[in-house]
Design a protein around this ligand. Structure first.
Ligand SMILES: [Zn+2]
Length: 460
């Protein structure tokens, strides 16, 4: 039996104790003295002028590429076979000499990505989730973890969040057994000051219990997946239960934050959500400033924006902190819309207008065309709680709709019409009404899923 199954069999009070024990260990290893040093350094870099910041980035990039070429088997052969001299990669622009790296390549050759110069005794294993359930587990170093958390806490502190604040966490941690059908749908991590709310149990039917608990424990800071906080916000606005206090801060991450979600969250909780875009691979980080603009954190990774369609670009990132498993030119799979007007906040570096969802959030039409950015169809439909598109054969789309009270035949007709307007005769739309949109294995909301990946998950 694995550790997770064992945990799920424990009584709730023991599960609380386990969450606190794990929380205590995380506090000790992740947020010790070394972390504080990294945080001070990261906050100082925030004051630097652009030239100094970019020189810092490129200098770390050079050192990192040299390390990868000398000690990482995958890059040793790539540089040798491609005739690439690592010394010629001096700035972010020189990275174009290297091919792009996909998650699939890493999954297939993971052992070859691990540096022979870093002792396994100093590794920390981390994992990321995949859209089809195929995740990635790879070693990183404590120094890389401190640097990443320093950048994340710099973002939070920018918005006034303190490390000793209690947090209501709405993410993908599986702290409550799926078979549990009664509250409490949360556990407590005392040393980490977190109320861990289960994203897997949150639905219109259970939201009342979550709101009651928020009213009882009143965490000043809420953090989590935008889809979870938006679902809760929707229930508050519909009068499921009144929220009897106002949190002072909300931060979101791990999924795209859509503007209608942001509006709903602010309306329900009285405070706007701030967005931080980051990932365990630490190959890219983009965070929102106090003026609501998205700034590239130039000092944690070398980000390239590869043009796709007008201002829309693919995000490609080269990390330079994880010396155990270097990833160069990692195609993250996300899209960003570029912005070239400077921000008044004074932070140096590039800005993006929006992080525009995942590159794979497109549907395939009968004629083979790929169409993305479909979420705006649902933007003004207040009677739709959530929606997801399931891609079958080309041109065959099932739209799963979770309805709010008041959804009528008119809404159904309007929805069909919007799809027809957008896709013409190139797609057939089947509407399927569901109580709740299923989440991915990691608890994330995915807007477009393929029928095969759904079938694969059911078979797991
Ligand atoms: Zn700014």
């Amino acid at each position: 039996m694995d550790r997770e199954s064992l945990y799920h069999r424990l009584p709730i009070c023991v599960q609380d104790a386990v969450c606190s024990f794990v929380g205590w260990r995380i506090q000790r290893s992740r947020f010790g003295e070394s972390f504080r040093r990294h945080l001070v350094a990261a906050e100082q870099r925030q004051q630097w002028p652009l030239e100094r910041l970019l020189e810092f980035r490129d200098q770390r990039l050079r050192q990192f590429v040299r390390h990868a070429a000398a000690t990482v088997p995958y890059y040793q052969s790539q540089f040798r076979e491609g005739g690439i001299d690592p010394e010629r990669i001096r700035t972010i622009d020189d990275l174009q000499r290297l091919p792009l790296l996909s998650k699939t390549t890493i999954q297939q050759h993971l052992r070859d990505f691990i540096s022979t110069a870093v002792s396994p005794r100093t590794y920390r294993m981390v994992h990321t989730s995949g859209t089809t359930g195929a995740g990635l587990r790879f070693p990183t170093t404590l120094a890389a973890i401190w640097e990443q958390w320093a950048v994340w806490w710099r973002f939070r502190r920018r918005h006034g969040i303190r490390q000793d604040m209690w947090c209501g966490y709405f993410g993908g941690r599986s702290v409550v057994p799926v078979r549990q059908t009664e509250p409490p749908y949360w556990r407590t991590n005392w040393p980490g000051r977190q109320f861990l709310f289960s994203g897997y149990h949150l639905s219109a039917a259970t939201a009342g219990a979550y709101i009651d608990q928020l009213n009882r424990c009143r965490p000043p800071w809420l953090h989590g997946y935008p889809s979870a906080l938006a679902l809760l916000a929707d229930q508050i606005l519909r009068g499921n239960r009144p929220l009897e206090y106002c949190p002072t801060h909300i931060t979101v991450g791990a999924e795209s934050l859509h503007s209608h979600q942001s509006v709903m969250i602010e309306k329900a909780f009285g405070v706007r959500p701030w967005n931080n875009y980051g990932m365990t691979e630490a190959t890219a980080n983009i965070s929102e400033c106090i003026h609501g603009r998205l700034h590239v954190d130039e000092d944690i990774a070398a980000l390239e924006f590869l043009p796709m369609d007008g201002r829309i670009c693919r995000i490609v990132g080269t990390n330079f902190t994880n010396y155990a498993t270097p990833f160069l030119r990692y195609d993250v799979g996300d899209l960003a819309e570029m912005d070239d007007t400077p921000c008044e906040c004074g932070l140096a570096g590039r800005t993006v207008r929006a992080i525009d969802g995942r590159a794979e959030d497109y549907v395939i039409l009968r004629n083979g065309a790929r169409v993305g950015r479909m979420d705006h169809i649902f933007k003004d439909m207040t009677t739709v709680r959530e929606a997801q598109i399931v891609q079958g054969e080309p041109g065959e789309l099932t739209v799963r709709v979770s309805r709010n009270p008041g959804y009528s035949a008119d809404d159904e007709a309007a929805l069909q019409q919007s799809f027809h307007k957008f896709l013409g005769d190139q797609a057939r739309i089947h509407l399927e009404y569901v109580e709740r949109i299923p989440r991915s294995k990691s608890g994330k909301f995915r807007f477009v899923v393929s029928q095969e990946s759904q079938a694969a998950r059911t078979a797991d």
